[in-house]
Design a protein around this ligand. Structure first.
Ligand SMILES: [Zn+2]
Length: 265
């Protein structure tokens, strides 16, 4: 069995029913999510724990071929209802990034974006503590789902360190990782994230992660609720959010061309 040279990180959000086109991007139905997991298993992907991924990036242990990471942003209750039993039965670890001020609340930051204004319930403290013993590791998604680059230095530090401390109290363990809300970051946000004591941070820039990736800009593939299993596999194969057949064809033409004498490059 070989070692992984590049590791994809999958990003999901809510599991449940999408009520409009906006929600469909961030919401995957329970049966459809199960189909995604079967597709991953059938293609030889095996999710690893977030600590194993970061240890690999820090230059430690090798990861097996097929290693990937499953992440869920925001901490929706539907993840517990629909993903936990399945992932627990598969023995697959996964990670949820929590908004620490909104535990037991709703995703109120979406009110201005979701055309219906509908919000959805987030995990409460008891649910989180129960999941922690069942293969789920929890990390930070800031205090209030803030747009970090827009904050002044004091508010930025509060969102980063405040959520880390609150979650450490709730979970009874260290909180080493964060996912930037909306994937928004810049040099100052990255420096403040390091200063707040995090060991690694997850962005939303698509692509694979090689072992030399900036650990404070770990790439993730945005998996949409509308993605068919075939689309999911193409995204993983290409390391791109664009798993369209056109993109897939271009990729193979480019590879083919690079192997022909005098063509390509
Ligand atoms: Zn989020």
């Amino acid at each position: 069995m070989g070692h992984a040279a590049r590791v994809p990180v999958l990003m999901y959000h809510r599991i449940g029913i999408a009520h409009n086109a906006w929600e469909a991007r961030y919401t995957i139905g329970a049966a459809h999510f199960a189909a995604h997991m079967r597709t991953l298993a059938g293609a030889g992907y095996r999710p690893v724990a977030i600590d194993a991924l970061v240890a690999w990036l820090e230059g430690g242990v090798a990861l097996p071929e097929g290693a990937c990471l499953l992440t869920f942003d925001d901490g929706f209750r539907g993840v517990r209802e629909h993903a936990l039993p399945l992932l627990e039965s598969l023995g697959w670890p996964f990670t949820v990034f929590l908004v620490s001020d909104l535990i037991g609340g709703q995703d109120v930051w979406t009110v201005g974006s979701n055309p219906s204004g509908q919000t959805y319930p987030l995990l409460d403290a008891d649910e989180i503590r129960d999941m922690q013993g069942r293969g789920c590791s929890f990390h930070s998604h800031t205090r209030s789902h803030a747009r970090l680059p827009t904050l002044d230095d004091a508010d930025l530090a509060d969102q980063l360190a405040g959520s880390r401390a609150a979650l450490a109290r709730l979970l009874g363990r260290k909180v080493d990782y964060i996912a930037y809300p909306y994937g928004q970051l810049d040099e100052r946000v990255e420096a403040a994230t390091r200063a707040a004591g995090y060991r690694a941070a997850f962005a939303t820039q698509p692509g694979f992660n090689r072992s030399d990736v900036n650990r404070f800009r770990i790439r993730r593939l945005d998996i949409f609720g509308s993605d068919t299993p075939a689309m999911l596999l193409r995204k993983l194969h290409l390391g791109s959010n664009d798993g369209s057949l056109l993109q897939f064809g271009r990729y193979y033409l480019a590879r083919l061309a690079s192997h022909l004498p005098g063509v390509g490059r």
